[in-house]
Design a protein around this ligand. Sequence first.
Ligand code: FES
Length: 273
Amino acid sequence: MFPIKESRFLSGDVKLFRVEAPRIARKRQAGQFVIVRIHEHGERIPLTIADSDVEQGTITIIVQGVGKTTRLLNQLEAGDAILDVVGPLGEPSEIKNFGTVVVIGGGVGTAIAYPTAVAMKQAGNHVITIVGARNQSLLILEDEVRATSDELYLMTDDGSYGEHGFVTQKLQALIDQGRTIDHVLAIGPIPMMRAVAEVTRPHQISTIVSLNPIMVDGTGMCGGCRVYVGKECKFACVDGPEFDAHQVDFTNLIQRNKMYRDREQESLEAFEA
Ligand code: FES
């Protein structure tokens, strides 16, 4: 069992957990994730490690309650425990001094982008962070991201906070201003990542996205997480989750992620009934 040391909501349905997992805390690198199972008959879900504290032996995960399992998880509190936490899994982010790096986080994707922004800053990059959300109440980790960014732009779809507009509009504006951008990392909803890829493609700016396909084992055995990158089949859990945005087949990813939509909805409705 993995004891929960701290839990708190960051926004309406997004909750932060600090979980005791000393071996994972020691080994994890930016971009890696864990697979979590709450109870013996529960499904296994992947969650990015947002942070870790080696001295305390804890990792931080951030969960958006969108389906049955994530809502169950978000009912847990400090003092409870999670049955299984397996990891760190996946390939770490490629961290080096690119020069100027733009890190883009959409919604809860900000939690995934944050550790990479920290690592990019530590590697000596000038870090420009663009964080977007539908409205102010869904913006998370503002203080943490601000502390690690040389420049921070906050965008909301409804203009309730920061600037009114999408993250892609801000990225396009920076490019139009003639800013030198050496590398982009975008993490968030699939349409957002796809749109970022189309903004940077004509300028040949290297762009990485972190993919979120359905995962089961997280170790390359079930094939559930397969994605197509440059026409090659890759397993996001072992080959990713980060890939070259200009090579990703987003249409296939969207189709595969919809495969169990009806079952997921049934399960959620039964849970809420
Ligand atoms: Fe099973 Fe990746 S989750 S192969």
